[in-house]
Ligand binder design. Sequence first.
Ligand code: SAH
Length: 384
Amino acid sequence: MKEKFKLVATVAAGLEAVVGKEIRNLGINCQIANGKVFFDGSVEVIARTNLWLRAADRVKIVVGEFPARTFEELFQGVFTLDWENYLPLGAKFPISKAKCVKSKLHNEPSVQAISKKAVAKKLQKYFHRPEGVPLQETGAEFKIEVSILKDKATIMIDTTGASLFKRGYRTEKGGAPIKENMAAAIIELSNWFPDKPFIDPTCGSGTFCIEAAMIGMNIAPGFNRDFAFEAWPWVDKELVQRVRDEAENQANYDIELDISGFDIDGRMVEIAKKNAAEAGLSDVIKLKQMRLQDLKTDKINGVIISNPPYGERMLDDKAVDILYNEMGQTFAPLKTWSKFILTSDENFEKKYGSQADKKRKLYNGTLRVDLYQYYGQRVKRNLS
Ligand code: SAH
């Protein structure tokens, strides 16, 4: 089997640089593209990135790339790849995804069927199996993805399994949750440090607070789940265990954190508490029922991150207007605090009452949203 792989982390649009930084922080070189970050590495790198990347969606192996303008080119291109270095005899190898964009080949089910045939034929040849008899697929699963963009095919194997945003701690999520990896990315963009207070005044199921606590304690986001590649027979289980053990040793459970989440809805606060408990963070995160309009604090230099209701998702427009206006009034006295508000409302700044220092376009699922960023006034902290 292979020693070194070409790898790609898939990323929501707008967050490529965040994931690039995470990968470099793991000591791995990478190149950023649209919705993707490319890097190379061994099985250890596959393990480490799946376990540690907070803001990415998935990690995939790039098996190969080639021009595919016709079904014949697609078949030959897939057939030529070194499948024997990935798929053991007996492997399940569904073509789980085919995506064609701006290409002559656009019938995705046919692209899937042809790619499947080409992989099967290659394995039959390599393992000396008769061509007419279908391969038994009873072993470990390797999900193959075919993406054709502008007549160029990229063939990948997913190493992750359930998307990386599924950390495993969210038991219930309420009506409008934010994805865990998006929440982590926003915290990383916010310049929050573990010595600063952190508040999510519309915490819902608690995602931002839990992600902040995991960042603050340096807890690997994937510690509570497993990944598709771990079931592959040629993956060294001891190596993966070592990467997991190292992650466990790097966590700092003793650090003092000041992380609070509030929500007007008592049921959401209960859900947030359950989720925090599931992540092992009950003692770390303060959660209570409170209206954001009642938020007051004497602390300085904190970070507020809020993902309030958007008109189209939860509240009617009038109520949203009032909420945003009251939010502006409530946050205004907190001059040294930075505030980050994620909403799809294009008139947010007007309702809130001041213009953001910076706006960043993101996607919450398929919904286009903006992250309105208000930076706190700098105050020298008393370090004595
Ligand atoms: N980021 C959250 C989802 C937030 S949805 C998650 O990942 O689960 C918006 C939340 O704002 C809802 O839970 C709603 O109950 C809460 N909310 C609405 N009005 C509020 C107010 N005035 N004060 C505090 N919370 C409010």
